[in-house]
Design a protein around this ligand. Structure first.
Ligand code: CO
Length: 163
């Protein structure tokens, strides 16, 4: 396993549309392991493969105190409700912006063994799922702001985690 460097805004890898994974083999499992280690090292809640320069549809999410969720080819199949959140991103460290996210989402995808899974998330989990899947489409949360001037700075280690 390895800790990999995370691309920072406005690096171009963050803007590419990632490709579907056709075959879950050892290289994808190693990618997931590296992403989890990188996520732990960065003390974040979620990470998408394009953030470490790999344009494949793979995300990992780990809410504080919960098990790690790794999803390959995740797809949102249902969203409901809405809430305003203060969002951050490991690729835009030290900043937050206020945006709208769904209150609940249902996502389908594959686990690290290629088995089909369905995940229902609320609140921070729903936010993280939407945020990481946006990364796979080259979308960043700052795209939902009227302008970059709406971003505000926070101290390192601020209460709300980077996702
Ligand atoms: Co992010």
């Amino acid at each position: 396993m390895a800790v990999l460097p995370i691309s920072l805004y406005p690096d171009s890898p963050l803007r590419q549309k990632s490709k579907r994974v056709r075959n879950i083999d050892g290289s994808i499992q190693r990618l997931i392991d590296d992403m989890v280690e990188t996520l732990h090292h960065a003390r974040g809640v979620g990470l998408a493969a394009p953030q470490i320069g790999v344009p494949l549809r793979v995300v990992v999410i780990e809410l504080p105190g919960e098990e790690t969720l790794a999803l390959v080819n995740p797809q949102i199949v249902k969203r409901s409700g809405g809430r305003t959140v203060e969002e951050g991103c490991l690729s835009i460290p030290g900043y937050r912006g206020e945006i709208k996210r769904s209150a609940k989402v249902t996502v389908k995808g594959l686990d690290r063994h290629g088995k089909e899974v369905r995940v229902k998330g609320e609140e921070l989990m729903a936010q993280a799922l939407e945020h990481e899947i946006d990364h796979l489409n080259g979308v960043l949360y700052v795209d939902y702001l009227e302008s970059m001037e709406k971003l505000f700075e926070v101290e390192a280690g601020a209460e709300a985690p980077e996702i």
